[in-house]
Ligand binder design. Structure first.
Ligand code: SF4
Length: 326
């Protein structure tokens, strides 16, 4: 669905760590991911309204880090009404649990949301595999998720999906199948998609599982390969992939116990995607690459070029000599 507020450049992000979450998913610590332990609790609504009313141009007011649509209805609408203080054309974006839109409560919620300018409803859909969802402590039902996505699109809401790779019980094949399944539910206009590799964060249930030997995270190279392949499938299906990898921060870096952490993870995934595309077009070269994209092959120790050479089963120098920059 076409997105309200498209083109708005300024975002005002209010983190609401764990607000609305019925329980914690095993891999999640929003206080680390949002790298702010207090802002959601301590910034008052009046302060948000004051900040919004002082702005001169339309903004996207974002509520991230919790399960927004599962908040107590009075509080949720209070948050929603903040947008009335913002300049004309401003929109509200929030992240939530897909199941929040289920059943009668979900219908009432969708009806209430129609009264507000909604930018994007970002839904956490780490997997559609029932086993993975269960091991991760999610309360989702894959069949319900598909129905909810269709219902939200029927109402004209623009959707953002946050999916993951490397979760307990998750395989590369199941990750690809998830994106293909989501693509099958998608209406012609594109959705936003975020792809996050699963990291073991300090203090989470996943850390305990990892220490007990019940969970083995992906290696960095494997995670980049999976993400690159997923990115390729997603873009072919028409998704607008807006992020690969968590936003880097000092807090995140300090809190990663294990897993495929890299400050520029998205660039590694894009290198993989480009290498796959070039190889598919011409398995033995030559390869034409736009100058604006050459860093995807040469960056991070020529990771993309090395991968292309590996795919083409030739020495690095031979692969390099077959690149033509335009
Ligand atoms: S992943 Fe989402 S629903 Fe799960 S605990 Fe974190 S914020 Fe809450």
């Amino acid at each position: 669905m076409s997105r309200q507020g498209k083109g708005i450049e300024r975002r005002v992000v209010r983190f609401i760590p764990f607000q609305g979450c019925a329980r914690r998913c095993v891999y999640c610590d929003q206080r680390i991911i949002t790298h702010d332990a207090s802002v959601g609790d301590e910034v008052s609504q009046s302060a948000v309204r004051d900040a919004l009313s002082s702005m001169s141009e339309a903004v996207e007011l974002c509520f991230f880090g919790g399960s927004f649509a599962r908040l107590e209805p009075g509080l949720m609408m209070e948050y929603m009404r903040s947008i009335e203080s913002a300049p004309h054309g401003s929109v509200v974006t929030f992240s939530s649990y897909p199941g929040d839109f289920n059943g009668e409560r979900g219908k009432a919620l969708i009806k209430a949301l129609r009264n507000y300018p909604i930018g994007t409803i970002e839904l956490g859909i780490p997997s559609l595999d029932p086993h993975v969802l269960e091991v991760c402590g999610r309360q989702d039902d894959a069949g319900d998720i598909k129905k909810i996505l269709a219902a939200l699109q029927d109402e004209g809401f623009h959707i953002g999906v946050q999916t993951m790779i490397g979760l307990p019980g998750q395989t590369f094949e199941s990750s690809i199948l998830d994106v293909e399944t989501l693509g099958g539910v998608m209406y012609p206009d594109s959705w936003d998609l975020r792809i996050y590799p699963c990291l073991v964060l300090r203090g989470t249930e996943l850390e305990a599982m990892y220490r007990r030997g019940e969970y083995l995270p992906l290696e960095l190279d494997e995670a980049a390969r999976q993400s690159g392949a997923l990115l390729r499938v997603a873009e072919r299906l028409g998704f607008n992939v807006i992020r690969v990898g968590l936003h880097d921060s000092v807090s995140l870096k300090k809190s990663v116990v294990a897993g495929p952490y890299h400050p520029a993870f998205g660039e590694l995934a894009r290198s993989e995607k480009l290498a796959l595309e070039l190889f598919e077009k011409h398995p033995k070269g030559p390869w034409t690459v736009k100058s604006a994209m050459i860093s995807q092959l040469t960056g991070h120790g020529a990771k993309g070029l090395r991968r292309l050479a590996e795919l083409a089963s030739m020495p690095l120098r031979a692969a390099e000599s077959l690149i033509k920059i335009i």
